[in-house]
Write a protein that binds this ligand. Structure first.
Ligand SMILES: [Zn+2]
Length: 397
């Protein structure tokens, strides 16, 4: 029987924060990589996951800023905070060479009219997601290359845990490898679909002429996936690229969500790999009208803080209590799942416009989300439950 190890919270927090710091440093440096287009090895330039001209600038303030919710870590401290991001930085990655960046010209001129445009945006979003994964891998490699140095730095911790250096090192490698193997598998799966989308975009002339309409399922059996498209007839001021894994009957499905606002509407796309009709129907149901689509957008935003950007005016109107509650809810994002509606209104003014048509209980429910803050347990109680879940992952006997 393995000895029970007390991976105390301080230790976990230190490791998490060190990893996060390396990850952020990599991003800040924005090292140049190669173009992510199939069979192209040219140097990549800075590209946007979501068009700066046709979308991000339309929801930014006069200074060209958007608001993002980001993890802020230092030493033992970790919190979520709303912070400004310029449109030049929002959703950028060194993804494509100059020539292939032109492949998104239609999206950059605000054209969202054909199958090609939607598939093109999916391809752009997936490249953005893969780029994030690649940076995680670089951090992982660096960690493994410098593992002995890292372990030496932790001598106080393993001594206080009553472990030898070797015991600590082996346990650390075992836990990390499990995590990274899963990430490698995810990466390879996403990359496979990205390559197939690349082929489809280059080979099929037909999709350039197929006109798009709201609620359209674009189904390609050879890719074995569904792309589902909704056009919401109002501008919801959020740009988002979010990749989630969702379980159904013991199988994992990958879902890629992209939200692209334009002058007077919002393009909402779900790319559902592995052709799981459940998630396609679920998306169509959850976005069947503008208010349910708004609810679903808020729900998705609150499942992952990475890579969404909103109009600063939205946050300016929050009370301090509301702002703090949303920041803390993001800290505890694991409390919610893809099926849990978020119980605080983020887009108040859009919601007020949309609910004029509603009546009775449904209207009351939406108004309550604007006018009242829900009950939450204390931060410490929530943190304690969260730590118990983490401990379940870390502590195996
Ligand atoms: Zn290229």
């Amino acid at each position: 029987m393995k000895r029970k190890i007390d991976w105390n919270n301080e230790f976990k927090m230190q490791i998490n924060n060190q990893g996060f710091k390396q990850f952020s440093n990599h991003f800040r440096r924005k090292k140049k990589g190669n173009c992510m287009f199939k069979n192209c090895n040219k140097k990549a330039i800075n590209s946007h996951g979501i068009s700066e001209e046709a979308s991000l600038k339309l929801i930014a303030d006069e200074d060209g800023h958007l608001i993002s919710l980001k993890s802020q870590r230092s030493g033992m401290d970790w919190k979520m905070e709303f912070i400004p991001v310029s449109t030049g930085d929002a959703s950028t990655f060194t993804g494509f060479c100059h020539e292939h960046d032109q492949f998104f010209n239609r999206l950059d001129s605000g054209k969202f009219e054909t199958y090609f445009d939607v598939i093109n945006q999916c391809f752009r979003s997936m490249s953005h997601t893969l780029y994030n994964y690649e940076y995680y891998f670089k951090v992982y490699k660096q960690e493994r290359d410098n593992l002995d140095d890292f372990i030496n730095l932790q001598s106080d911790i393993y001594k206080s845990l009553g472990l030898t250096r070797e015991e600590f090192k082996n346990r650390f490698i075992e836990e990390n490898d499990k995590l990274w193997n899963k990430r490698f598998e995810d990466y390879e799966r996403i990359n496979e679909f990205k390559c197939e989308l690349n082929d489809l975009l280059e080979m099929s002339e037909e999709i350039k002429h197929l006109e798009l309409f709201n609620g359209k399922i674009i189904e390609y059996n050879w890719i074995n996936s569904h792309i589902t498209y909704r056009r919401i007839p109002i501008k919801i001021p959020v740009a988002l690229i979010n990749h989630l894994s969702a379980g159904l009957n013991g199988k994992v499905s990958d879902l890629q969500f992209t939200i692209v606002p334009d002058k007077e509407s919002t393009h909402f796309i779900q790319f559902n790999y592995r052709n799981s009709r459940y998630f396609t129907n679920d998306f169509l149901d959850k976005t069947k009208n503008s208010i349910s689509a708004l609810n679903y957008i808020e729900q998705i935003m609150m499942l992952n803080e990475k890579n969404w950007f909103i109009d600063p005016k939205v946050v300016d109107k929050f009370s301090n209590e509301k702002k703090l509650m949303i920041e803390q809810d993001m800290y505890f994002m694991h409390e919610r799942s893809l099926n849990d509606k978020y119980d605080i209104s983020i887009f108040d003014s859009i919601r007020i416009d949309l609910i004029t048509e509603l009546k009775g209980e449904e209207k009351e429910k939406e108004l309550k989300k604007i006018n009242e803050l829900p009950y939450r347990k204390s931060f410490q109680t929530r943190k304690h439950s969260n730590d118990k879940i983490l401990e379940g992952i870390w502590l195996r006997q």
